[in-house]
Design a protein around this ligand. Sequence first.
Ligand SMILES: Cc1cc2nc3c(=O)[nH]c(=O)nc-3n(C[C@H](O)[C@H](O)[C@H](O)COP(=O)(O)OP(=O)(O)OC[C@H]3O[C@@H](n4cnc5c(N)ncnc54)[C@H](O)[C@@H]3O)c2cc1C
Length: 390
Amino acid sequence: MDLRNSPEEEAFRAEFRAWLDANLPPDWQHRGVGGYREEEDEEIQREWQRRLYEGGWLTLAWPRERGGRGATPVMQSIYQEELALSGAPPIIGRLGVSLLAPLLSVYGSDWQKETYLASILSGELVFCQGFSEPNAGSDLAALQSRAERSDGKWVLNGQKTWSSGAHYADRSFLLARTDPSLPPHHGIGMFLVDMKQPGIEVRPIIQMTGSGEFCEIFLSGALVEDRDVVGSASDGWRMAMATFGFERNGLANATRFERAVAALAELTRQEGAGSDDTVRQRVAQARIESHIFRVNGLRSLTRAQQGMVPGPEASLTKLFWSEMDKRLQETAVSVQGMYGALAPESPWSIAEGQWQYGWMWAQAETIYAGSSEIQRNIIAERVLGLPRGR
Ligand SMILES: Cc1cc2nc3c(=O)[nH]c(=O)nc-3n(C[C@H](O)[C@H](O)[C@H](O)COP(=O)(O)OP(=O)(O)OC[C@H]3O[C@@H](n4cnc5c(N)ncnc54)[C@H](O)[C@@H]3O)c2cc1C
């Protein structure tokens, strides 16, 4: 791969950078490494999404015939890099924009495209993801929520859990079993559910960060029309797998980690912890790992640029960045000595407790989007060709 950007790519970078300069108010920029806190910054995230949408940036990767800009993988990575460098906040409708909208643009009915696509992208309709259940996470096919026909509609009963943003979501894209007599991966439907109806109860789950940005969802007779079934009522597993494909494509970027490593080195200097050999080694290790992550990312980018689909090695990327980030955050908290043990909201915490918040948040990274154990299974079986474990 030629690592230099072409003149067109550099022009694209300049265009997006200029747009960011004009549209990102300085006080919206990343407040250090802990980043935005969902519960505090809902309105900023909503407004930011609207601006990106109106600027045409949220459908960058979509083909032109589906209303996008048909950006190449390199342009998409430039976009991600510039976003990270600018310290932009996340958008409010992350799951709808990154998972559901691309899914609907391929598999949705004309009515669904017409009704939902623009409002998902603009942030007018925020969707949450209702896949996991108390007994169905890694083993998603064990899901038990039911969808049954009654009076020409689908009636949903059951429980979902860990649903990010369900407390403010307008809708959910949710999996439920339509035919329990079939084997686990069959007889599942994907439904677009109105979250503001009487058959839905949402209870936020308070985490150790003190915030409750993901929730339990109780379904007791929630209603869905036929037109809100994605694909057919037995196509849910295929739809779910397609959303995971979109998820793997957009989770992390090297620039974010390089910025975090630079902030960690600065923190180490400030705290006078650099004279400790172990700390020095850990900071250097973080720098090396972020570089390996970038180089490996370039390898994936080369594959994408050559039109090859991401293979099971995407699991290597997910496993590597999530474990690397946990180590990095842990180093940052430990260089603070006893101050590292303070809660983020303590008036004596360093850098407004952003590292502590980041450390707590990083614990989730090795769980969502496929836990580290699941990624290791995939690497063992599909990359290394080892025999399947019992
Ligand atoms: C921050 C966050 C946000 C999330 N947001 C959403 C959301 O919006 N919507 C949604 O539907 N879900 C969401 N999830 C749920 C997430 O998808 C699940 O947590 C994940 O799939 C793991 O499932 P589980 O929690 O039930 O754990 P389990 O699957 O019960 O796993 C428990 C432990 O056993 C290990 N394990 C499980 N199976 C195997 C195996 N075969 N081999 C080896 N080890 C195994 C796991 O690695 C883990 O350590 C979110 C999770 C987090 C942490």
